[in-house]
Design a protein around this ligand. Sequence first.
Ligand SMILES: Cc1cc2nc3c(=O)[nH]c(=O)nc-3n(C[C@H](O)[C@H](O)[C@H](O)COP(=O)(O)O)c2cc1C
Length: 408
Amino acid sequence: MASSLHGKTVVVGVCGGIAAYKAAHVVRGLRAAGATVHVIPTPSSLEFVGRATWEALSGNPVHTGVFEAVDSVAHVNLGKQADLVLVAPATADFLARHRQGRCEDMLSAALLVATCPVAMFPAMHTEMWQHPATVENVSVLRQRGVLLPDPDSGRLTGADTGPGRLSDPEAIVAFARAAISAKPRDLAGKRILISAGGTREALDPVRFIGNHSSGKQGFALANAAAVRGAEVTLVAANVSLPTPCGVRRIDVTSAAELAAAVQRESARHDAVVMAAAVADFAPAGAAASKIKKTPGEDAFTLNLQTTQDVLRTLVTERGQETSPFIVGFAAETGDAEKDALTFAREKARRKGADLLVANDVSRGVFGSDNNRVHILDAAGELLVSGEGSKESVSHLLLDRVSEIMNNG
Ligand SMILES: Cc1cc2nc3c(=O)[nH]c(=O)nc-3n(C[C@H](O)[C@H](O)[C@H](O)COP(=O)(O)O)c2cc1C
């Protein structure tokens, strides 16, 4: 399936911060997804990464000042041609300049011409990010419709750590993919809790029982919800993917840890989407040391206990007034008597979630970039079916969630 970036023109603005070198991976990722890329570095950013890098990686000429390429009026043309402008990294100074509508350099000028979606990925020291001037600039730009996810938290220049680190380049490309086709910010003001990945139940210090879930669907959902304006918390069970831009991540390992995180967080969220594959059974207790083979015995019996049904607990324990909207995911396979959809209808009625997304895993969904889903209501009625990239399936589900949450 063609990426949503295929054939699109993306303008990548690069500002003068240490993280400017990471924009090289963003440009590569966008081109690999089929986009035409024009890089506009600010004059300061050329102190960090030179023009030749951007020309070679983008395959297009690079200008930084408004008095360059005057014959083609480059700042107007680039702004008009763009299907998406993204600025990575966006410095504190650049956010301040753009808030004021200044246009003394090519990037600022092109941005004032652009009418397409604009996304900015800040990177700076924590003190700069938390300074009241930056906080106010960010707030004004967001109100104007700029997609401006919070930076990651982590290692900054030198030994410092804290919020202000540039989002992962792979996550920036995923954000761009969703932003180019996203609905307006229809989930702004909504807090959404999403679980993703597959739990691991320890047998002993070296072994576990797990499942094939890669977390791709849950991460795609978190990314799509963030692009659509939601404040997203992601409970990730054993997922090696980069954190989607602007998303708060809580890593867990076992079903019990996942249940505890979801229960702790659910009350402060407007919706909970349980996309993780949570173990139904776990060993009664993990052995303190590695379980040894017994010479002469050709079998080993495991004693498994049923784990807590997190979705069911959420449904039964929800209060009348503070109840979050609840979406369950069910991986189903058919058998000789019933198909996957029939099992899903029965599960939807049994679980009582507001929506149940059934994915037919008999055709190899785990680890794939595509998915095939049926979305059912609490009565087991089929609302919509869809097949496509995990990103497009995310939007299909979020369309329903947004419709119901915004219109009741
Ligand atoms: C070594 C060094 C690293 C810098 N890193 C950052 C940074 O990560 N974020 C930031 O906002 N400014 C950073 N600055 C300050 C900006 O380079 C400076 O504000 C500049 O005017 C930004 O210009 P621009 O926004 O036009 O690219 C750094 C400066 C230096 C010398």
